[in-house]
Design a binder for this molecule. Structure first.
Ligand code: ZN
Length: 596
């Protein structure tokens, strides 16, 4: 008999009883306790008064690792509970509890990190030679160097406290306004009042009139609120710039580059190579316009379907397809995916009451992961499933790495996921049942390149220019619209007819305060994994272990060293990026040939 997989996850093996779990409540108390102990150890650490003993530092660092792991474990469980059932009120309370715990932990941790600055350089260097600290040298140095660039402890505490209302508050205000927005859209059975999310889904409608009408209705809705969004964006950017000014940080990219552990030269080399290859993607956009019977595409045509001939798969079929194709690249990755299906690490059931979207979260203490998504059988669902399994595999190969060396930045976080997604997307194209299906699947792939090379590029150009102008004072709504359209024209190389001036207000990413410049790391991750994919195709069997070694180092190196060590490439030069982009250009060429 054919085996079928259960598309719901098993959380009980981690903590039995869902949001009522007694075991979980006990666990939260353990975290409190461990956090208190950590605070006491940090308090007793006095590098300004006494000579620092390696043993003391090791003890603190080990304690930090334990608490961080526990906190991540608990956070993951809470994420799973709140995603699987949006009506679970006990889960919402736990989300609040989690924010408190994180903030308290963050406060003690920054105290600890500030104390590291007080250790003199010579002592510091000899401390890092010590067994037990050696393997943590990169992250400990990073903590210390970052802390050196901050203001005094008191001033930083004040900034953090004021940021709750003066910074993050603007982002919450944004969410509140967006949540209340409604767009009236005419449907077959009358006029419906839709949320902006629901209305945006209609931009993929096969009928151009529908897309165009919805695009303009959405535009009107954003325009109506633009005075408010102009405020939220200007103020949160203003807060950020003031903080930078006081810390003497003169460049807005300083912080995002630091977070992503990469150099400006790398970022420049990446965008240069992309710009150099844009003409191929313009050719694709022109071809698509022709297929849709248009002179030029508009923003609302880019995601339009050109065929609807892709067949649907069941969850079990998708699972088998993924395992089979992972196996061609890496049997270990295939075994891992097989285990995730067998042990029910995935919540994929298509049912009401689940949160939309997908994620993968890690339980570092249990050495397990869980994947969340809603699977309805489309090819993009299969891609998402493979994507999240890629994230899960990344964590899996890091299970025995020191917890403090497991934290990788967003740009490399998307490496393993995109890599896994690529394997499956390529296999899908190869296995297409007919030409129509092949074209559709190929276009899915090209759409990703267009998103990363053009849409994300526009966001990056916009943010750079906006921040430069914001330094001189408030930027008006009209000017924001103007900068946005200029950025889009540049990023899409004038290939479109109608642009989207309201994009600065409709795209959540500009209003996120957690991480600045929430755009270029996506493109980096995409191309970095494509570079690895190209190498994988060349290397055959030796690839698997080299890939694992690279993933294991993602939390303890900057990206330039990571690429040099494991792929022998220089990310600050365009060659690596050109080679990765070439894979995407090949897709475009095949697409144009097939649609001739
Ligand atoms: Zn991802």
């Amino acid at each position: 008999m054919q085996q079928t997989y259960n598309p719901t996850w098993d959380l009980d093996v981690i903590f039995p009883g869902g949001s009522d779990s007694e075991a979980f409540r006990t666990y939260l108390k353990e975290i409190e306790q461990a956090k208190e102990e950590f605070a006491i150890k940090v308090e007793a650490f006095k590098p300004e008064h006494e000579e620092v003993k390696a043993e003391q530092l090791i003890e603190i660092v080990n304690h930090l690792e334990r608490v961080s792991k526990k906190l991540r474990e608990a956070s993951a469980f809470i994420s799973c509970l709140s995603a699987q059932d949006v009506t679970d009120e006990k889960a919402s309370l736990l989300v609040g509890k989690r924010s408190d715990l994180r903030a308290e932990m963050e406060a003690v941790n920054s105290k600890f990190v500030q104390k590291l600055v007080q250790v003199d350089d010579a002592t510091w260097d000899s401390l890092l030679q010590h067994e037990g600290l050696k393997e943590l040298a990169f992250v400990l140095n990073e903590y210390r160097e970052k802390a050196k660039e901050l203001l005094s402890v008191d001033q930083e505490v004040l900034i953090n406290d004021l940021a709750v209302d003066g910074y993050h508050g603007w982002s919450q205000m944004y969410d509140t306004i967006v949540g209340k927005m409604k767009v009236e859209v005419e449907e077959e059975d009358g006029v419906k009042s839709l949320s902006v999310g629901q209305a945006s889904n209609k931009l993929g409608d096969p009928n151009r009139d529908v897309r165009k009408t919805v695009f303009h209705k959405l535009g009107d809705a954003w325009k109506e609120q633009s005075a408010l969004f102009g405020q939220t964006l200007n103020h949160l950017a203003g807060f950020r710039l003031q903080t930078y000014k006081h810390r003497n940080w003169d460049h807005v990219l300083k912080e995002p580059l630091q977070i992503n552990r990469m150099k400006q030269e790398t970022l420049d080399a990446m965008w240069t190579a992309i710009t150099h290859n844009k003409q191929h993607f313009v050719k694709y956009l022109d071809k698509k316009a022709e297929l849709l019977g248009l002179d030029k595409l508009s923003m609302y045509d880019i995601g339009a379907p050109i065929t609807d001939s892709v067949k649907k798969s069941t969850y079990t079929e998708a699972s088998k397809f993924i395992v089979e194709h992972f196996n061609n690249f890496s049997p270990k990755m295939a075994d891992f995916a097989q285990m995730a299906f067998d042990k029910r690490w995935i919540e994929a059931e298509d049912r009401a009451g689940k949160r939309p979207g997908g994620f993968c979260t890690s339980f570092p203490e249990s050495e397990q992961t869980r994947i969340f998504m809603t699977f309805s059988g489309t090819s993009s669902n299969i891609a998402t499933l493979a994507h999240e399994l890629g994230h899960a595999y990344h964590q899996h190969v890091m299970n025995d790495v020191n917890g403090l060396n497991q934290r990788y930045a967003m740009n490399v976080a998307e490496t393993a996921s995109t890599f896994a997604e690529m394997i499956v997307a390529d296999a899908s194209v190869k296995n297409a049942q007919n030409k129509e299906e092949k074209i559709a699947l190929l276009e899915d792939k090209i759409q990703r390149s267009v998103a990363f090379f053009m849409n994300i590029h526009a966001r990056f150009i916009f943010e750079n220019r906006f921040y430069e102008e914001r330094k001189e004072g408030l930027v008006s709504v009209d000017r924001l619209n103007e900068i946005m359209v200029e950025a889009q024209k540049e990023a899409y190389q004038n290939a479109l007819d109608e642009y989207d001036p309201n994009f600065w207000s409709s795209k959540l990413h500009f209003h996120i305060t957690g991480v600045p410049f929430y755009n270029f790391p996506y493109t980096f991750g995409y191309l970095f994994s494509l570079g690895i994919y190209a190498a994988a195709k060349d290397q055959g069997n030796s690839f698997e272990d080299a890939y694992i070694a690279l993933l294991r180092d993602t939390g303890r190196m900057n990206v330039e060293d990571l690429a040099m060590k494991h792929m022998n490439v220089d990310l600050t030069k365009p060659d690596f990026w050109e080679a990765a982009i070439q894979l995407c250009v090949n897709d475009v060429e095949e697409f144009i040939e097939l649609t001739q």
